[in-house]
Design a binder for this molecule. Structure first.
Ligand code: SF4
Length: 339
């Protein structure tokens, strides 16, 4: 039996201080991924620090700069169904609701969503090596069954993908992540939070030891008129994406004023190509231009034995989702997208 302490703190500074006393402690909010990892013996904290009741982490509120703050301990479901998220950031609402199951979304926290770990099956299997679990031990996925693995940004050391849906929308919206640690507070651009595997696949993100995500800030611009989240997976619910695409457009008639396209299920972090987004600026929103943008996004994509199909799947998903973003009403239940 693993014995551990269960600790609470009255506020964030006190919670941070507890990590100084308990270096092998873990913060827990919803616990939906942490407890899985624990059961698979991938983590073994000596203490859990409960942050689920901290008031400053539990609010959804407007910001003076016109943006909107998501408390790190707020549940995914409460975020997705909040009226401001539904009306001003519907891309985020749709992406959250594409993830996991209703029960998990009712429990999982916003901060925890960012911190979930890969679902690479070799990572969970202690009978085989895995560079993410035991650095330097090898990566059996490269020569193994790599159907769900990365086509972009992978390294010799690791080809795992990041499984979140919510984070794909947050990448497209250019959210910021606020964190607090023993050295104080800092704010990271969303693109700087998660890491590519490189030579250090054991590191999923750029949090420092003991740092706590306190909130996620959405900028004022939420692209409420032209957006779409498309998730392609093996079954219709409760499955991770083979490929997902978050598309947000600002339109002037048929012309794209601004485009954001982020991909999930293809890399160790949500994937964006600023070059492709710049290409679309000033262009007509049509299949041909989305196809050309897809070619830019997927330049350098590498397929392995079982995941090659993802390159074409991703291209088709980018085109289809671009067209769907022109008519978000077509995504309502029962409606057909006009392609
Ligand atoms: Fe481990 Fe990454 Fe290889 Fe999966 S892809 S076995 S997580 S090193």
């Amino acid at each position: 039996m693993n014995s551990f302490k269960f600790l609470t703190a009255p506020d964030v500074p006190a919670a941070i201080q507890l990590t100084d006393d308990q270096p092998l402690a873990a913060f827990i909010a919803g616990g939906t991924n942490l407890l899985d990892l624990w059961k698979y013996n991938l983590v073994n904290p000596t203490a859990l620090i409960d942050i689920s009741q901290l008031a400053t982490l539990s609010a959804l509120r407007e910001l003076e700069n016109g943006g909107f703050r998501l408390g790190a301990a707020v549940k995914n479901a409460d975020t997705a169904y909040h009226p401001i998220i539904e009306s001003r950031y519907p891309l985020l609402s749709k992406a959250i609701l594409a993830g996991a199951s209703a029960q998990i979304r009712n429990m999982a926290s916003n901060g925890g969503n960012l911190l979930q770990r890969t679902r690479c099956y070799y990572f969970y299997d202690h009978q085989v090596p895995c560079n993410k679990r035991v650095p330097g031990s090898g990566c059996p996925a490269r020569e193994g069954y790599n159907r769900m693995h990365a086509i972009l940004g992978a390294s010799e050391a690791c080809i795992a993908v990041f499984p979140s849906d919510m984070c794909v929308a947050l990448a497209a919206l250019e959210a910021r992540i606020n964190v607090t640690g023993i050295d104080g507070e800092r704010s990271l651009a969303f693109s700087d939070f998660h890491r590519l595997p490189g030579e250090r696949p054991e590191l999923d993100n750029n949090l420092k030891p003991g740092e706590l995500i306190t909130s996620i800030d959405l900028p004022e611009k939420g692209f409420p008129l032209n957006y779409s989240y498309l998730k392609l997976r093996d079954r219709h619910s409760y499955a991770f994406a083979l490929v997902s695409v978050a598309t947000a457009l600002e339109m002037d008639g048929h012309t794209i004023k601004e485009a954001r396209i982020a991909l999930g299920g293809v890399a160790h972090k949500p994937w964006r190509s600023l070059e492709a987004e710049e290409f679309l600026r000033g262009k007509t929103a049509c299949r041909e231009n989305f196809a050309a943008a897809a070619d830019i996004i997927l330049e350098g994509a590498v397929g392995l034995e079982y995941n090659r199909f993802k390159i074409k799947l991703a291209k088709n998903a980018i085109i289809r989702n671009g067209m769907m973003a022109l008519d978000p009403d077509a995504q309502l239940p029962g409606a057909q997208p006009s392609l």
